[in-house]
Design a protein around this ligand. Structure first.
Ligand SMILES: Cc1cc2nc3c(=O)[nH]c(=O)nc-3n(C[C@H](O)[C@H](O)[C@H](O)COP(=O)(O)OP(=O)(O)OC[C@H]3O[C@@H](n4cnc5c(N)ncnc54)[C@H](O)[C@@H]3O)c2cc1C
Length: 511
């Protein structure tokens, strides 16, 4: 059977990256097909939370309330670097969510899939990509699902099919890097008995990490820890030889580890799910090959230390979606900036994951790393060092090189509180549409018009948790929340930036 899609995009994989990419495309009216091998949602915690910048991005699309409602209750204690016992303080980066949210990955996926559904796109579940042919400006994707085989012809294919990407394999795309040097287990468990050291609440990760019998284990409740029936997420490793990567995780090995770390009264009732992971670090060299794009784990893998993978994938997709839509519409062609901007970010995250893995190595022969841990812990107590690492780990300090020295240009615009003429609002509330935003802070609050895909809004900055100061009176913000132009930068008018990013003529200035 041949089904032909007109001017559309095939997204392979309905993990967090594929779902965000599909939402961003559907939001702009692009015909999108999402194929997902799994017949049902995974029901697996995997990624354990979202960092501050991902919170901001979800908020920009009106999705954060639904995500927050599903988060694991706990103290807002801040992020971590290598599990060291100094919380990272991201407040200096002017965010409303300095601690991020702890939420199992499957619950985020449920929110994203629901949003996609509202936009009229149903994930084709139980449908796997089995063949792909990539031309200069179109892709033929052969998929196999409940109705047999079909070929989807599209103008672009976005590979969001995870670390073992079928698209990479089928297209012979190299995945250079290095193999894993360790193996550990991540699992969701139900406990029949809990020793006193098993965490009852979500606190800083350093308080969730315990050692015993040659094991290290990070564990925290996935719900209300006062309820003994609440399931737990555990991540566990052993200093000794590890089973093969593909060996199934067994209830016995998890039970032994639990007892070794938390004492014999900590017993396993049920292993819901478990997987092995390594610290392999690899990255696709080119995120774009004509109509083929790679995002999320399909583009980069690294150890899951610091909880960065899901966040990186969501932010890849936020960078890509609007650019791909503009490209397909024949408006501004900024699609190559997806690779230019996101590849270095992926490389940086891989580097921070490798550095953390080194610091966390529990092997006795790695005791030099434990000496280094002490020194890095002391450094993190210095406010400036803590701020720097908090900016790095939260994603808040990211600044793309957009060719202007002004510190705002290329950086994210904080979620300022605004008076836009009809009651208090915020920058994020003005970004639900996914349009670009020309914010005129010297103009008349209340001026609102849509010009060639850009919302022009006159507003006044109000006092808010992220402060009131902004070293500019007019800023142009891209749909992914990064400032494309500020009137106090190198260019006094937004015209060139509007043309570059939106293919748009400049709107007349506010009188
Ligand atoms: C043990 C563990 C713990 C982790 N902890 C964290 C954490 O705390 N924080 C964090 O940010 N990240 C964490 N991560 C990483 C995070 O889970 C991944 O980075 C994230 O899932 C990447 O999302 P993705 O959408 O790119 O890929 P995936 O979530 O892997 O999604 C890919 C999807 O593609 C589908 N697929 C694959 N092949 C095909 C095919 N041929 N056809 C159709 N569909 C296909 C798969 O079924 C899957 O649903 C962890 C990962 C692991 C393994």
């Amino acid at each position: 059977m041949l089904s032909v899609m007109d001017s559309g995009v095939v997204v392979v994989g309905a993990g967090p990256t594929g779902l965000v990419a599909a939402v961003e495309l559907a939001l702009r009216g692009v015909a999108v097909e999402v194929v997902e091998r799994r017949a049902q949602p995974s029901g697996q915690s995997r990624g354990g939370g979202v960092h501050p910048r991902t919170c901001e991005m979800l908020h920009m699309r009106g999705l954060l309330d639904a995500v927050s409602a599903r988060a694991v209750p706990g103290e807002n204690v801040g992020g971590h670097f290598a599990g060291l016992p100094v919380p990272l303080d991201a407040t200096a980066w002017r965010t409303r969510w300095p601690a991020g949210l702890m939420i199992p990955q499957d619950r985020i996926e449920a929110v994203l899939e629901q949003r996609l559904h509202e936009l009229g796109v149903a994930v084709r579940r139980g449908t796997a990509l089995v063949d792909v042919s990539v031309g200069d400006d179109r892709v033929e994707a052969t998929v196999e699902g409940p109705d047999g085989r079909a070929t989807l012809v599209a103008r672009s294919l976005v590979a969001c099919d995870g670390g073992h990407s079928t698209v990479r394999t089928l297209t012979g795309t190299p995945f250079p890097g290095r193999a894993g040097t360790m193996a550990a287990v991540s699992a969701d468990v139900e406990l029949a008995g809990r020793g006193p050291t098993v965490p009852r609440t979500v606190r800083h990760i350093s308080e969730h990490t315990h050692h015993g019998g040659g094991y290290w284990m990070m564990s925290h409740p996935l719900g209300d820890g006062a309820d003994p029936a609440t399931p737990y997420r555990i991540v566990v490793g052993h200093a000794g030889p590890a089973p093969e990567r593909d060996d199934p995780v067994t209830a016995d090995e998890v039970a032994v580890a639990l007892a070794a770390v938390h004492g014999p009264e900590t017993t396993l009732a049920r292993l819901r799910w478990g997987t092995r992971f390594s610290d392999a670090a690899r990255q696709v060299e080119h995120y774009r090959a004509g109509p083929l794009l790679f995002a999320g784990d399909a583009a980069h893998i690294h150890a899951p230390v610091g909880g960065q993978g899901l966040n990186l994938g969501v932010q890849d997709a936020m960078n890509l979606g609007w650019k791909l839509a503009a490209h397909l519409r024949g408006r501004a062609d900024v699609l190559d900036t997806y690779h230019d901007e996101r590849h270095p970010v992926g490389a940086r995250v891989i580097a921070t994951a490798r550095a953390q893995s080194l610091l966390m190595n529990p092997a006795p022969e790695a005791d030099d790393a434990w000496a280094l841990r002490g020194i890095v812990t002391d450094l993190l107590r210095l406010p400036e060092a803590n701020r720097h690492i908090a900016g790095l780990m939260s994603g808040l300090s990211l600044r793309y090189d957009l060719g202007d020295d002004h510190p705002l240009v290329g950086a994210r615009l904080p979620d300022l509180s605004l008076d836009a003429g009809d009651g208090p609002t915020t920058v994020a509330a003005l970004q639900h549409s996914g349009h670009g935003l020309l914010l005129e802070l010297d103009g008349e609050p209340g001026v609102r018009e849509l010009v060639a895909g850009v919302d022009r809004v006159g507003a006044r900055v109000l006092d808010s948790p992220v402060g009131t100061g902004l070293d500019a009176r007019r800023v142009l913000v891209r749909p992914d929340g990064y400032v494309a132009w500020a009137d106090t930068g190198a260019d006094p008018t937004p015209d060139a930036a509007l043309r570059r990013w939106f293919g748009a003529p400049a709107p007349a200035p506010v009188a």
